[in-house]
Design a protein around this ligand. Structure first.
Ligand code: CMX
Length: 434
């Protein structure tokens, strides 16, 4: 029963050879033209990064039966569950292989054993004013975990470059393991009361997270957490949170510092905060036009949002050009568990209305919903109604993808990122007369 670290130790030399081969064969080949608009346009579509966990294309879809961890593949949940376990997904992200049930259970136990957070981090969280946004508290706590970083210590002790991945692996495992305790503490401090329950080593990661949030006895909510943490984990490397983590990691900042930077990017309303924004937008809509509103009233509200110079949160995407498969996965969950929920019905009604309006408005390249259009409705259904907390759960999940890449970046000796920037005057000068 190989552990994840043992399997990595076997895979790393093979991948080093593989990268060497790819670079020898293709290293000097052009990867398409760069046009000036891409420099001004947020580098959209610019091939610029290596990210091994996942790759998207505009029409990408993962039918759920092929999704790691769902029935048919190992790492499905304990008896009675049918959602994937994020443990299995992490193994897949790191190794490209589907783990055995035993390996998944070992990961659950390992993370439970690593889950405690230092007392001073608890104190930092307890001192935060409840008015400080949960994402800011989250980022503070993750930054502070760098106090015990194995990588930072090893670097100070003069570790060889070839050994970077070992302490990066340990930090990454600690990071993921400690997130439920951080998220749970923030949730209790800001919205709840009472003592935080202990992590149970016999339970899987998502079950423990649900328990710390106060929903551990609700089987459907536990299932939701398994699905939620799985689908938010990785979305190739160019999105703000993933890329930020990789960029900061490239300076050999340890995984805690790198991932705290990811969280600060995820906290932006065009990225992860959109799941909070969707619920705020829906609530305002309901307050204005009432429940069971007509399609006409919804259309008018959507147009008013656009005319007010705001985005429709939860719609559009920088890469996808169709309905986000993560939206569909959540819709399927809702159809199974909460088909009669009024807010779910509103989300469905909006799905039939918004794309046509965005197409008519003529700006958005993708008029379809993304992952954030659906998640808040599911959480609200089970009583997790505090919208400001939603992006924290996205953050817990995103650690899986970022951590997997940080391990590989250090294993493969990824260099400091330092692309070339230009001024508008320089662009003008370069292309004068051309
Ligand atoms: N509502 C209104 N306008 C939108 C829009 C939306 N949902 N999506 C795109 N547009 C607009 C853009 O603001 C842009 O307008 P300007 O030309 O005035 O700047 C124009 O359409 C073209 O944008 P695009 O190329 O289609 O989209 P981008 O790659 O620039 O941006 C995204 C992608 C997600 C930021 C954008 O679609 C958006 O703002 N959506 C709403 C916020 C959201 O849901 N974000 C979450 C994304 C998923 C995640 O990361 O968690």
């Amino acid at each position: 029963n190989t552990t994840l670290k043992e399997r990595l130790a076997e895979l790393i030399p093979l991948e080093l050879e593989n990268v060497k081969r790819v670079r020898a064969e293709h290293g000097k080949k052009s990867f398409g033209p760069v046009i000036v608009d891409q420099l001004y346009g947020g580098m959209r579509g610019l091939p610029a990064l290596i990210w091994d966990g996942s790759v998207l294309d505009a029409g990408y879809s993962f039918p759920r039966q092929n999704h790691p961890g769902v029935p048919g593949a190992p790492s499905q949940g304990p008896p009675g569950g049918s959602e994937p376990l994020p443990e299995g997904l992490f193994w897949l992200l790191v190794t490209g292989e589907v783990p055995t049930q035993e390996q998944v259970t070992e990961l659950s136990k390992d993370w439970a054993a690593r889950s405690a957070i230092p007392e001073f981090v608890e104190e930092i969280l307890d001192r935060c004013p409840p008015t400080l946004h949960p994402m800011s508290q989250f980022s503070l706590a993750v930054t502070a975990l760098n106090h015990n970083s194995a990588f930072a210590k090893a670097y100070q002790d003069g570790v060889s470059k070839k050994e970077y991945w070992g302490p990066t692996f340990e930090d990454s495992m600690d990071l993921i393991a400690k997130l439920p305790n951080i998220a749970g503490r923030i949730y209790r401090n800001v919205f709840g009361q009472g003592k935080l329950p202990a992590i149970d080593p016999a339970k899987d990661y998502s079950h423990n997270l649900a328990t710390l949030l106060g929903f551990g006895d609700n089987h459907a909510f536990v299932e939701l957490m398994r699905l939620y943490i799985t689908i938010h984990s990785d979305h190739e490397g160019g999105n703000v949170s993933a890329h930020t983590g990789k960029l900061v990691g490239s300076a050999l900042s340890d995984p805690f510092l790198a991932f705290a930077a990811s969280l600060n990017g995820l906290a932006g309303p065009l990225h992860g905060l959109a799941n909070q924004e969707v619920l705020i937008w829906l609530s305002k809509m309901q307050a204005k036009i009432g429940e069971n509103a007509s399609d006409e009233a919804v259309k008018e509200y959507v147009w008013a949002t656009l005319k007010g110079g705001q985005v429709v949160p939860g719609y559009g995407h920088a890469v996808l050009r169709k309905t986000d498969p993560r939206y569909t996965a959540q819709r399927e969950f809702a159809l199974k568990h909460l088909p009669q929920d009024p807010l779910f019905k509103l989300v469905g009604q909006i799905y039939n209305i918004v794309p046509d309006i965005l197409l008519e408005a003529g700006k958005a390249k993708n008029p379809w919903p993304n992952v954030d259009a659906h998640s808040g409705v599911l959480l609200t259904h089970y009583g997790l109604t505090q919208m400001q907390f939603y992006t924290v759960l996205f953050g817990v999940s995103r650690a899986f993808g970022v951590a997997a890449q940080l391990i590989w970046d250090r294993a493969l000796g990824a260099p400091l990122e330092r692309p070339k920037s230009y001024s508008t005057a320089a662009i003008d000068k370069i292309f004068k007369g051309r």
